[in-house]
Ligand binder design. Structure first.
Ligand SMILES: [Zn+2]
Length: 158
């Protein structure tokens, strides 16, 4: 198991890495809990989600030894809002498929890419059938989204 001090170093490094990106932004919803993160991310390019900005919560208490608990908080049309998502190799439902060292950036990138996946949407937290008009409606709405963590989508990624 990774000790607490190493864990904090890894998370600090990853927070810094995400800060440099133009399509993700990380926040702490609870200033006393460094393992709870919120991350806003842009929808995958060249997809119906590309105009959207989605906001997810990661519980990194067991990271990097085990995958985080991940849920998307706002509506996307791809993931059930506020529901822990099952993605093999990336989220806590499947610790056996986890590769220690998988970066948070890589997890969010996968979360974004998987939104547009049309086949096998049977996982927990995934909306079974993608509906174009819902996706477009939610993408437009997502640009107005704000969260108590400080995320304000009207100001992000300009
Ligand atoms: Zn938030």
């Amino acid at each position: 198991m990774t000790d607490q001090q190493t864990k904090m170093k890894i998370l600090a490094k990853q927070f810094g890495d995400i800060k440099k990106l133009k399509n993700m932004a990380a926040f702490f919803p609870d200033k006393k809990n460094p393992f709870l993160w919120h991350v806003s991310f842009k929808g995958p390019e060249d997809s119906e989600f590309q105009e959207g900005i989605y906001h997810c919560q990661l519980n990194l208490a067991n990271y990097p030894d085990k995958p985080p608990e991940v849920m998307v908080l706002n509506q996307s049309g791809a993931y059930e809002p506020n529901t822990l998502i099952c993605i093999v190799g990336l989220t806590h439902y499947h610790p056996e498929g986890w590769t220690p060292g998988t970066s948070i950036e890589a997890i969010i990138t996968a979360l974004s890419m998987i939104m547009q996946l049309k086949s096998d949407r049977s996982g927990i937290g995934m909306i079974g059938t993608l509906n174009s008009s819902d996706i477009k409606k939610y993408a437009a709405k997502s640009k107005e989204y704000t969260c108590t963590c400080g995320a304000d989508h009207t100001k992000l990624f300009k």
